[in-house]
Design a protein around this ligand. Sequence first.
Ligand SMILES: [Zn+2]
Length: 166
Amino acid sequence: MSVRFVIDSLDFVRNARVHHGKIPLVELTRLQSYLFDSRGELMFAVSGSFDEHNKPMLQIVVKGEMNLCCQRCLGKLVHTLDLQSCLILVNDEEELDQYDDDDTVDGILATSDMDVLQLIEDEIILNLSISSRHQENECSIESRVAADKEMSTHPFAKLAGLKKTH
Ligand SMILES: [Zn+2]
């Protein structure tokens, strides 16, 4: 990745810093395998704050449109990303394990050289794995399967139909 944005995570939170930016999709190298093409860019915001238990956390917001590759038919799937996540900064692996059991919050190891774009890419990929398919009625493979099904259930009917027209 040519664009990098590295923060000292705890320092970022203590100073209640906020950073906005744009990321061209081309820069997100690990995301490429999910994409139909790498046109466009995403808007992002990262802010540091403390949660209600006074734990340091990073809030990430990512928005934008991307052309995904449908996991079923491999066609273009326009996806509007509207992602918001909160990551609690923890000090060690043990504390991290506690958050692994909790589905509502994610923990992440607090480091002094956290690559924010890397983090954002991780969040996007996590978010995509559940949604990278067309709707049933929009997926081109559905109509193909439906046509095959009709052919196999009524092969003679089709043949009869063909005979009649020729
Ligand atoms: Zn599809």
